[in-house]
Design a protein. Structure first.
Length: 287
């Protein structure tokens, strides 16, 4: 596997040689001193270019960065709608295990690129277009204090959708129940937990993509209880997971509401007896 220095030398050598590339930006975890440094970190690189189409017409120019094991071009895929507007990205896994997320951005959109996130800087500027390169910071990824409306909406969505999970379990619609638990109910629990982490850290913490750093902010007991809600391989396990997330959500949402001075809504009081009644009739649950 190439070293970080070798990778960066290849990237910058190509950029310096190709006249169409006028500036190079870098984003992501390699700029974040809080992030874990290991061999799996991506190289998040952006080329600010004078023309896009010649690059997009052929992938052969990417050979300069080494043999590829697999590549994805999100903006060229039919199944998933593109999200980057005029930008074009290449997600590359190289044969040696290194990964690079390379994005092409039209040079005229340099101001838009510089505002796209806070964890960003310029590492090559041929024309002096950015006299003061941005100082990378994870500020745009830090947790934000919820408004009272956000807090109430989270509680509402959590408790209402918990009813869908129970309904699916009552009907033995395992995939339906699991989908609502995993895609709506638990994400609302994680959102509430993040708000509690924010309160405890003065909203300066960043729990990372998909909450990959969340464990570091939770007690061992809370972490084990959260992990237990991911056991979804049977009806019984799903009932237990449902009541596990109910218990955790109740604890964290009451604490968040109390600390922020928000009224704890009555959704819990209305829904818990209903859900417990369904569990008694149709399944096995541990509260």
């Amino acid at each position: 596997m190439r070293s970080e220095t070798q990778m960066m030398e290849q990237i910058l050598a190509f950029a310096r040689q190709d006249e169409r590339v006028r500036a190079v930006g870098m984003e992501g975890s390699r700029l974040n001193p809080k992030a874990l440094k290991d061999e799996f970190q991506d190289f998040d690189i952006t080329f600010l270019v004078t023309e896009m189409e010649p690059f997009k017409a052929s992938d052969s120019w990417l050979d300069a960065f080494g043999p590829r094991r697999m590549m994805q071009k999100p903006e060229a895929m039919a199944l998933f709608p593109p999200e980057l507007g005029n930008w074009f990205s290449y997600l590359i896994l190289f044969a040696d295990g290194r990964r690079m997320d390379l994005t092409l951005v039209p040079l005229e959109e340099l101001p838009l690129y510089l505002q796209s996130e806070s964890l960003l800087t310029i590492i090559l500027d041929k024309d002096g277009l950015v006299p003061k390169p941005p100082v990378p910071s994870d500020a745009s990824f830090c947790l934000e204090k919820p408004s009272v409306a956000f807090y109430d909406d989270c509680c509402n969505d959590f408790w209402y959708t918990a009813g869908y999970v129970a309904r699916g379990l009552c009907r033995k619609e395992t995939l339906f129940a699991a989908a609502h638990l995993n895609e709506i109910v638990r994400p609302n629990l994680l959102r509430m937990i993040r708000w509690q982490v924010g309160i405890e850290t003065g909203f300066t913490a960043n729990t990372g993509k998909a909450d990959k750093y969340l464990q570091g902010y939770l007690s061992a007991d809370h972490w084990e209880k959260l992990l237990a809600t991911y056991r979804n391989d049977s009806q019984q396990a799903l009932w237990q997971a449902l009541f596990g997330v109910l218990s955790l959500f109740r604890e964290f949402s009451q604490r968040v509401g109390e600390q922020l001075g928000y009224r704890y809504p009555d959704y819990d009081e209305a829904m818990t007896p209903y859900l417990e009644g369904l569990a008694e009739r149709f399944g096995e649950a541990e509260g």
